[in-house]
Write a protein that binds this ligand. Structure first.
Ligand code: HEC
Length: 154
């Protein structure tokens, strides 16, 4: 009997870990609620420390190319095309930040120069090998959102 119980507990654990590794929401399935996306794309909270790397990484978010951020002032020169993000976590809710990163065109309009980081772009100008993937993965978007909410006014 004891042996049977142990096996049953093992099966429940295996099920739980399978559920937490569920596939992330695909770019085409992301649902906006007005100007917000309230659900995590991965079903899990992101990791702010990894999100900080996504923010600064030139082959990742490269957010510094357009945005100043005092938390990363020691990094190389930043751009000023977009607003400073030093306290962006005081100005927006998590669900709004997720919507901006996923597709700023939905939030600010088609004219914005900010790229959509979680959208498949069917545009002939995009390199073929990049045309079927978003710039960031769902996990990287969640890490980034988790980092952005930490950027509060001091
Ligand atoms: C090519 C330039 C560019 C890049 C790269 C870029 N952004 Fe932006 N971003 C903008 C501009 C411009 C705006 C202002 C919205 C508008 O009017 O177009 C903006 C607005 C924002 C806002 C709203 C800020 C506010 O104060 O209202 C957030 C949040 C944001 N960006 C986050 C990011 C993050 C995170 C990244 C990296 C993943 C990023 N941006 C990359 C240009 C950029």
């Amino acid at each position: 009997m004891r042996k049977y119980l142990a096996t049953a507990a093992g099966a429940v654990l295996a099920l739980a870990s399978a559920a937490s590794a569920a596939a992330p929401t695909a770019p085409g399935d992301v649902k906006f609620d007005d100007l917000e996306i309230s659900a995590s794309l991965t079903g899990q909270p992101g990791d702010p420390a990894k999100g900080r790397e996504v923010f600064a990484g030139r082959s990742l978010g490269n957010c510094l190319a357009c945005h100043a951020n005092a938390d990363l002032s020691k990094e190389l020169f930043h751009g000023e095309v977009g607003p400073e993000l030093t306290d962006v976590g005081s100005r927006y809710e998590e669900a709004q930040l997720r919507a901006i990163v996923v597709n700023p065109k939905h939030v600010f309009g088609e004219e914005t120069v900010m790229p959509a980081f979680y959208r498949i772009i069917n545009d002939q100008r995009v390199r073929k090998d990049l045309a079927d993937k978003p710039i960031l993965t769902a996990e990287q978007v969640e890490d980034l959102v988790a980092y952005l909410v930490t950027l509060k006014e001091q």
